[in-house]
Design a protein around this ligand. Structure first.
Ligand code: NAP
Length: 248
């Protein structure tokens, strides 16, 4: 039997990059997946088709995690379709980089609203059904930048540091219902998000990575799959870095 057979998983930001890799990996391990994206609906449909072509079950949901009502709808559509929710992967995230003194208030608000508030919204909406079931696993995607900071990313770093505090606090609150809450902190992973970085910035980051290669979405997906599995039942409130040793 596959490791996640019959488990129902919600993955936000599943159309591209790390979220897509997580969706394919978890579906490959037997999970029924609810896939969320804000605007990349065609790409999301392709991810669902790939899963269904391999005899998996996928539900697609267009929603903006920064809205409370959308977050509630993500969870209600999932439970209507699959009857329950076992695992939530809060992966949706954006960057709007600039130096502190040039950063516009709107770009601060947008990044905090999607990355931090979006994680809170989905976590809160999923918590009640998981509490009723007396089981659940929540995995939040943060970043090494939330641990070590990064020039030009005060908004993003603050949102990702906030996710770390949220993860540890929620882990303490929800432990009484047998719900674990952990975070995964990727380093530099090749996706659309990092593609637009200048070449010299990419080369500089590679120099910081002892394993001497950028991460791939599948590197992150494998660790998320472990945290979703019974092998991780006794792990909660942890921040697992997947960064090739970038920050140790
Ligand atoms: P990506 O390729 O840009 O994909 C981001 C995904 O999030 C897309 O599917 C996007 O959907 C979705 N999304 C964005 N805003 C949303 C919203 N408001 N509501 C719902 N979905 C939304 O990014 P990625 O590189 O895979 O990153 C995934 C996660 O890993 C993010 O949380 C990111 O901060 C984190 N991370 C990435 C790296 C890296 O090096 N790539 C490193 C550390 C952490 P639409 O296309 O529909 O907008």
């Amino acid at each position: 039997m596959k490791r996640l057979s019959g488990k129902v998983v919600v993955i936000t930001g599943a159309a591209r990059g790390i979220g897509r890799a997580i969706a394919l990996r978890l579906a490959g391990e037997g999970a029924n997946v609810a896939l969320v994206t804000r605007s990349s609906v065609d790409k999301l449909a392709e991810v669902a088709q790939t899963i269904e072509a391999a005899n998996g079950q996928a539900l697609t949901i267009q929603a903006d995690v920064s809205g409370v009502d959308d977050a509630k709808r993500i969870i209600s559509e999932t439970t209507e379709k699959f009857g329950r929710i076992d695992i939530l992967v809060n992966n949706a995230g954006i960057t709007k980089d600039n130096l502190l003194v040039r950063l516009k208030e709107r770009d601060w608000d947008d990044v905090i609203n999607v990355n931090l508030k979006g994680t809170f919204n989905c976590l809160k909406a999923a918590a009640r059904p998981m509490m009723r079931q007396r089981s659940g696993k929540i995995i939040n995607i943060t970043s090494v930048v939330g641990i070590m900071g990064n020039a030009g990313q005060v908004n993003y770093a603050a949102s990702k540091a906030g996710i770390i505090g949220l993860t540890k606090s929620a882990a303490k609150e929800l432990s009484a219902w047998n719900i674990t809450v952990n975070a995964v902190a990727p380093g530099f992973v090749e996706t659309d998000m990092t593609e637009s970085l200048p070449e010299d910035a990419k080369n500089m980051m590679l120099q910081w990575i002892p394993l001497k290669r950028p991460g791939q979405p599948a590197d992150v997906a494998g660790v998320v799959a472990f945290l979703c599995s019974e092998d991780a039942d006794y792990i909660t409130g942890q921040i697992v870095q997947v960064d090739g040793g970038m920050r140790m």
